[in-house]
Structure formats: structure tokens, C-alpha cells
Design a protein around this ligand. Structure first.
Ligand SMILES: [Zn+2]
Ligand SMILES: [Zn+2]
Length: 183
């Protein structure tokens, strides 16, 4: 049976960055005035918390969706076996994720001005994660921090896919007990 077009339309890096970038444009166009005024430092901190929240989101999606739910699992496996092939993520899913990242904080906080910087931090985290993931798979030498991430991701790809889910940080792998053994 042919797949519905909504599942077939997927963007490879760097085109895939278009969706979180579009989300940031939407946020910028609706940026609350309070956040531009005297709450700059507080909203910057909330933005950083958003980046941290993204690293948890990434861990959860990677571990339980990309490795647990079909058809994401089969698509993700293609990238595991041949790292040169991008992770197939339908644009429809990316759009829903960006809409959730923007809509959910606003909804939960009852329209607080801090929802926008939280969402912006999460979308920036998404951009950063995709860009870093791309760098981890090229052959260019990296700095110490990225080399450690490349080792973690390489272990996840080629040694044991039940460990090393984090791209930007191994923090959640430590918390959830999925850090590769030190060897
Ligand atoms: Zn990879
Ligand atoms: Zn994986």
C-alpha cells in the first residue's frame, strides 16, 4: 500500500531547519512587550531553561519514539545503519512538534509573557541539536566537547542502540541510566 503523502514529505538537514526557524519567526512576530521591557534578564534565563527542556524532549523522542514506535523506528534504523542518510522525519510531524512547543507553554502558563522565551529556547535547542548531530557524522576534527558527543553518538549508532540517546548532552543518559560504560 502506498504511503500517504503526509508521511512521505520529509526534509533532510539543513532544509529541516526551516520548520523551527519558521516557529521562531512566528514567536518574534507575537513577542510579548513585557519581555522586551524590564524583564529582559528573567526572560533570558527562561530561554536557557527552554534549551534545557529541549534536551529532555530530544531524549524522550529519541528513546521512546524513534526507537519504539513504528514507522519512526524503521525510518530511524535506516540512519543507524548508514549515518550518511538523514533521519526521516515527515514535515507534518515537525510542524506539529513546533506548534506544540509554541502552544503548550502558552496554554499551561495561562498566556504568561514567559511562555514565548521558553518556546524560543526550545526551538533554538532543536536547531542546535540538528546542527550538532550533522557535525557528529562528518569527518572534520572537532573540539573536545564535540568529540565527546561524537563518541557518545557513535556508541549509540554502532555498539549499543539502547545507550547514549543524547546529542547535546549526556545528562539525561546519566539520569535514566543509559550512559555507555566507560571503556
Ligand atoms: Zn546519528
Ligand atoms: Zn537512535
Amino acid at each position: 500500500m502506498a504511503e500517504p503523502w503526509m508521511l512521505r514529505v520529509a526534509l533532510a538537514y539543513p532544509a529541516s531547519l526551516a520548520v523551527p526557524c519558521a516557529g521562531l519567526v512566528v514567536l518574534a512576530m507575537n513577542w510579548p512587550v513585557e519581555v522586551l521591557g524590564d524583564q529582559g534578564l528573567a526572560s533570558f534565563s527562561v530561554g536557557l531553561a527552554g534549551v534545557a527542556a529541549w534536551t529532555l524532549t530530544e531524549y524522550v523522542l529519541h528513546r521512546w519514539m524513534l526507537h519504539g514506535v513504528e514507522p519512526f523506528r524503521s525510518w530511524h534504523r535506516v540512519h543507524h545503519h548508514n549515518a550518511a542518510l538523514p533521519i526521516r522525519v515527515p514535515v507534518l510531524f515537525s510542524l506539529l512538534l513546533a506548534a506544540t512547543v509554541i502552544g503548550l507553554p502558552a496554554l499551561i502558563s495561562g498566556g504568561s509573557a514567559f511562555a514565548a522565551p521558553l518556546s524560543a529556547g526550545m526551538l533554538l535547542g532543536n536547531l542546535l541539536q540538528e546542527s550538532v548531530h550533522h557535525r557528529l557524522h562528518d569527518t572534520q576534527p572537532l573540539g573536545d566537547w564535540l568529540e565527546a558527543k561524537r563518541r557518545l553518538h557513535g556508541f549509540h549508532h554502532f555498539r549499543d542502540e539502547r545507550r547514549g540517546y543524547g546529542t547535546l548532552t549526556d545528562f539525561w543518559d546519566r539520569i535514566f541510566g543509559t550512559l555507555p560504560p566507560r571503556a
